[in-house]
Design a protein around this ligand. Structure first.
Ligand SMILES: Cc1cc2nc3c(=O)[nH]c(=O)nc-3n(C[C@H](O)[C@H](O)[C@H](O)COP(=O)(O)OP(=O)(O)OC[C@H]3O[C@@H](n4cnc5c(N)ncnc54)[C@H](O)[C@@H]3O)c2cc1C
Length: 404
């Protein structure tokens, strides 16, 4: 056997032991009163300390420097076993850190990658604004250089997890005389400072997952730019590719034994099968057919993770899977789901509460990370080579664009 295969076999055993022995033991010892955030941080620290975080990150900034084959083994062995609290780090580990790894300066890599992988620091993504969602390049938050600092003013919205984040990947406009895609810069913004006002928004699920943020002369060290000044569009698109991969393929591997409201994954089919059994619907032909479709969908999303396809395909599959799972959940939870209220608080209702949460939550999956329509535009333009959407504002300086 080649030495590479032996290493992969050893690694496979290590991942198996971690998920089937180390992690369950650690979870058993965890205080039942630990908050979601504490559980999340404990999990991430355990993963890091057992040499399983940052597989494909360079060794000199806290990673393990392993090839993609090791990542594939990890994905396969951890499927269905990762605690759902990992969602707390979806933006850190899935988006911000890989962007810093690929485009950040040595200073940023040394400062941020290791604590991020270990879960000591949590990140959010400050892209969207009230007037800039799908048309992200219209963003108006300003960054002005003042000596050794950038001064940031503006408003962001839909910022997931900002209420417990330490740092943000921020897009801001640094030159209004350039066309809208060319005067944007990506920064690392420290969240704990005057000038960053985070206000939670309550969603229809009853959970406050995202926020609006008012930036009033917030400060960033001059060197905390990711990529080039005014070259932020390229790094923004690179992060979006990570986001689509993350919210598509990677989101399907959560612990199937948990009834958690963390994260934006579809309800796992294994859970729905259990519910169908306990509610005596497992022989219902319609339910069976839907469950079979869902099972096939889960496998397809997993296989897409092994292929070098556009991340938009995985994301579209995932959102479709989320809606299909919510549809089955609606049948299984009827009539409790339409009568659901988030404040019922009775442990006997926990399952219906969980199902109803996902029935409502799945709609947001089609928006966050770029809407389904935008994924289709991306596939049409970048993969199929169809003509671009007409964009008369692409060459006009930002400060000459009409405003309303
Ligand atoms: C759960 C959730 C979490 C989020 N988390 C974050 C976050 O952490 N950070 C962050 O920055 N943002 C976040 N967002 C914001 C998200 O990125 C935006 O909602 C999304 O990009 C759409 O922007 P919008 O809401 O302004 O809708 P709009 O852009 O106004 O779109 C409205 C509708 O028009 C359609 N549309 C718009 N333009 C086109 C076009 N060119 N072609 C075809 N159809 C089009 C859209 O598909 C959509 O159906 C989150 C959103 C959700 C729902």
């Amino acid at each position: 056997m080649a030495s590479g295969d032996t290493e992969l076999d050893d690694f496979q055993r290590k991942v198996k032991t971690f998920f089937h022995q180390t992690l369950p033991e650690a979870l058993d010892q965890q205080s039942p009163s630990a908050s979601t955030l504490e559980r999340a941080k404990n999990w991430r620290q355990l993963l890091f300390d057992h040499g399983l975080a940052g597989l494909d990150y360079p060794v000199d900034c806290g990673g393990l420097g392993l090839s993609p084959a090791f990542n594939a083994v990890y994905q396969e062995q951890s499927r269905g076993l990762v605690p759902r609290e990992e969602a707390v780090f979806g933006i850190s580990v899935g988006m911000a850190l890989p962007t810093i790894r690929d485009h950040g300066s040595d200073e940023l890599k040394q400062r941020f990658i290791k604590p991020g992988l270990r879960g000591d620091e949590i990140w959010c993504q400050m892209y969207s604004e009230p007037g800039a969602g799908s048309d992200l390049a219209s963003l108006g938050t300003k960054a002005v250089l003042d000596g050794d600092e950038w001064i940031i003013s503006g408003q962001k919205v839909w910022t997931s997890g900002a209420q417990h984040s330490d740092f943000a990947i921020l897009l801001a406009r640094t030159d209004t005389s350039l066309p809208k895609h060319r005067g944007i810069t990506m920064f690392v913004l420290p969240m704990h400072q005057d000038g960053v006002d985070v206000r939670p928004l309550v969603q229809m699920t009853g959970v406050s997952e995202f926020n609006e943020i008012f930036l009033d002369e917030a400060r960033i060290p001059r060197s905390w730019v990711v990529g080039e000044v005014n070259g932020g569009w390229a790094t923004a698109v690179a992060l979006l590719a990570h986001e689509r991969r993350q919210t598509g393929v990677a989101s399907m591997s959560g612990d199937e034994s948990q009834l958690s409201k963390a994260g934006r994954s579809p309800i796992p089919v294994a859970q729905l099968i259990d519910v169908a059994r306990t509610r005596d619907r497992i022989t219902d032909a319609t339910v069976r057919q839907e469950l079979a479709r869902l099972h096939a969908g889960e496998r397809i999303v997993a296989w897409l993770g092994h292929r070098d396809v556009s991340p938009s395909i995985g994301k579209l599959w995932r959102t479709r899977q989320g809606r299909a799972a919510a549809n089955v959940a609606g049948q299984l939870a009827f009539p409790a789901s339409p009568a659901w209220r988030s404040d019922l608080g009775d442990p006997a209702n926990q399952l219906d509460d969980y199902l109803a949460y996902h029935i409502l939550n799945c709609r947001g999956m089609s928006l966050g990370g770029g809407t389904d329509e935008i994924q289709r535009n991306t596939l049409g333009e970048r993969v199929l080579g169809l003509p671009r959407e007409p964009g008369p504002d692409r060459s006009t300086p930002f400060n000459q664009l009409p405003t309303n």
